[in-house]
Design a protein around this ligand. Sequence first.
Ligand SMILES: *[C@@H]1O[C@H](CO)[C@@H](O)[C@H](O)[C@H]1NC(C)=O
Ligand SMILES: *[C@@H]1O[C@H](CO)[C@@H](O)[C@H](O)[C@H]1NC(C)=O
Ligand SMILES: *[C@@H]1O[C@H](CO)[C@@H](O)[C@H](O)[C@H]1NC(C)=O
Ligand SMILES: *[C@@H]1O[C@H](CO)[C@@H](O)[C@H](O)[C@H]1NC(C)=O
Ligand SMILES: *[C@@H]1O[C@H](CO)[C@@H](O)[C@H](O)[C@H]1NC(C)=O
Ligand SMILES: *[C@@H]1O[C@H](CO)[C@@H](O)[C@H](O)[C@H]1NC(C)=O
Ligand SMILES: [Cu+2]
Length: 608
Amino acid sequence: MASFIARLVTGVLPLFGGLSPEQTNGKSINYQGLPRILDNPSLTTKLAWDSLLYHGDTVNQDPPETGVTRKYDFVVTRAQLAPDGYLRDMIVVNGQFPGPLIEANWGDWVEVTVTSNITGPDEGTTIHWHGLLQKQTPFFDGVPGISQCPVAPGESFTYRFRADHVGTSFYHSHYSAQINAGVVGPIVFHGPKSQRWEYDVGPVLVTDWFHKEYFQIVQGVVGSGADRKPAFSDNNLINGKMNVDCSLKEDDRPCISNAGISKFQLKPGKDNLLRIINGGSSGLQYFSVDEHDMTVISMDFVPIKPYRTNVITLGAGQRSEVIIHGKVGKDAKKSYWMRSNISTICALPRQPYALAALYYSARDAEAQIKPSSKAQQYNLKRFGCGNEPLTVTRPQYPLPVKKPHTTITINVQDTLNATGNDVYLLNNQTSRVNYNAPILKAVTEGNASEPYEPLWNAYELGGGKRAVRIIWENQKVDPADPNFYNTTFAHPLHLHGHDFQVLAAGSGPWDGRIAVDAMRRDTHLLPPNGHLVVQFETDNPGVWPFHCHVAWHASSGFSISILERLSDLVKIPGTPKVMRQTCDGWDAWSETHTSEQIDSGLRMMERD
Ligand SMILES: *[C@@H]1O[C@H](CO)[C@@H](O)[C@H](O)[C@H]1NC(C)=O
Ligand SMILES: *[C@@H]1O[C@H](CO)[C@@H](O)[C@H](O)[C@H]1NC(C)=O
Ligand SMILES: *[C@@H]1O[C@H](CO)[C@@H](O)[C@H](O)[C@H]1NC(C)=O
Ligand SMILES: *[C@@H]1O[C@H](CO)[C@@H](O)[C@H](O)[C@H]1NC(C)=O
Ligand SMILES: *[C@@H]1O[C@H](CO)[C@@H](O)[C@H](O)[C@H]1NC(C)=O
Ligand SMILES: *[C@@H]1O[C@H](CO)[C@@H](O)[C@H](O)[C@H]1NC(C)=O
Ligand SMILES: [Cu+2]
């Protein structure tokens, strides 16, 4: 803090880099240029994938047995950092924002020991490994109140799961809206490539950024009457960096307007792979690179038929891998802006524009030449706040769409409850879970039966492998209802434990038509006043939330719990035993700490 202020008053400052990397991102290292797995001698086995172009479906195949376990230690603590120049209280992994990169080969086991060290005030934590199937390990999915109890302050918990996909994802806290405090980092699984590239630039993590602490934001979101406040984001970051205009600041916290932005170095004339992740709390992002087209090769973990574009859409929780062909000659001597713009129509950004600088030589990057490139043009109203049309994003390896055994229609409504708090109702029911009694524990201890607790918002999908279709409807709101609150938000809906087929998505009600070669992914946008139709097979016994990835909407109860194949679930070794580890610790902690639950439960808030 002292050095922060020292730098603040040093007068003339460079174009960017007014703060040190420690001040903006703590102990975070620049993770460009993959695989980095090679840097760690204990992780060097079997990187044969790197040269392999393999035309095979890694999504619907079981991963190979590699016999390798990759171990990581995460300590989650409070920290004060200034990612964009505004000093704020954060919660981070290993002192780093963004958090450390998890890297493994397809088929490896990954073991992460998470120590909860969030004190003053104390908080628990859980980490969710976004997009992983967790087959046979549903208790390591990291959702408090569903798959585990929170890891209590001072306690540790070891997650052990399979690298069951190939591609790009991220991990994040699923405890209340703690993701917003900075508990987020990239995941890369190497494996057979669906397309050839020559240089792996690495993760490009885009996060909307808020200056207030998440507890205050959640209080505003779920508050009633005059306490109810919409959650405006203050800034937008690329790999945890951006500049802020301190003159717009409304408080007296330390702030500097040229903290520094991220720099990327691409190889001229080569095919450069960028792994773009929307790891933010809420904002719908449009990612582009000035004067460069991108060839999109995946959506979430699923390879798609490559297509060229100048911009991609990423709802919170979505990822996309793109190849950028490097410029040559005099064009490679210029620098370019990489941009991510938060939608000003379907989100609430105060400052929507994230920037990073792209260079082709280390010397230019060192000299920090300010780009003078021209922004890509695209229509902000594109796709009515939805994802790219399904005719554009076709999977590399399509699967047939089976006749569904079960069809569930879910009507979404944003309304005020009897005490005037903003809640989401899904088929008239909001969701709220109990941190001391996770649903997975209750159902595997044989201590739950139908009718389930209404606030679980449970949908039980019986035995056997069956096709299940879910139709999300976001348009049948009644404008005559005095509590009707017309949101223009797009809801990025994320299902745990599955890649679903996206059968249809668009505005208005579903017309019954199914996309040709329906793509698969784990998160897709439900547009405002629109519909989203997905289908998956019950091939993964577990309790899987299907929820909005906008942290504030999850806080307001936008979640259902899929209870999948309970009779097979109870046979999984480790149920319910694994959950007792966190629950014993959490029960003991909560006996001596009074906690205040201000939001839904999925993202419930507890404070002493
Ligand atoms: C736990 O957090 C405290 C303060 O936030 C810090 O001093 C301590 O080093 C942390 N412990 C570990 C193991 O990181
Ligand atoms: C995206 O943001 C940049 C500022 O970084 C702006 O100049 C550009 O117009 C924006 N693009 C669109 C389509 O709004
Ligand atoms: C309304 O929702 C709030 C926030 O989730 C909750 O605290 C309150 O108990 C709810 N009121 C009723 C009457 O259910
Ligand atoms: C929700 O409840 C209202 C009455 O309170 C009822 O008319 C309506 O059909 C219900 N909607 C659903 C989707 O269950
Ligand atoms: C079973 O559920 C009941 C009611 O919720 C609770 O009182 C009891 O402690 C639970 N038993 C176990 C073993 O969890
Ligand atoms: C909701 O808002 C949208 C966009 O502002 C508007 O087009 C639509 O008519 C509104 N719907 C209702 C029922 O008010
Ligand atoms: Cu939402």
